[in-house]
Design a protein around this ligand. Sequence first.
Ligand code: AMP
Length: 177
Amino acid sequence: MENVAVELKKLIREVPDFPKPGINFYDITTLLKDASGLKKTIEALTEKVKGEKIDTVIGIESRGFIFASPIAYMLGAGFVPVRKPKKLPAEKVSVSYELEYGQDSLEMHKDAVGQGHRVLIVDDLIATGGTAKAVVDLVEGLGGQVVGLAFVIELTFLNGRSKLNGYNVHSLITYDS
Ligand code: AMP
């Protein structure tokens, strides 16, 4: 990890057994409330993708929104939300994906991404990569080109990158166990 990431990692709060026993939750609210931490996180993620000529930055509900919107602003790109079911008002596309137990779905407006649009997908954290891969499928289904995926935190021991072979996956802070 880069020096700035080592500094930012100290601002992440780890909460054991949340939301259920056995899950170690990485709480970003302690990072967000730190003025310098918030600024450095947005700047460091933007720096990783700024050469990519991005049209649209997608944020995954809900913590992805917090980071995707300022990154879009910094890049001079648009922002598009990918939301949980039944939240978006206009015509939409949806995708289902597997969770540890059961299934979940995400939706995006059909006119949010067009043919050949260069898209960056942003979320707070990549664990198994299932959520991010589902969003890749949504974007590509609309003809968009995923030029990168950016995460504040990567749980490398869950190997989420293996679901995203061939894509540019960026992360700032890593946990190896
Ligand atoms: P996954 O699909 O397994 O990569 O899970 C990624 C999504 O679940 C992201 O939207 C994360 O915010 C959330 N998530 C998964 N595991 C954790 C964790 N240990 N701490 C905080 N958020 C998590």
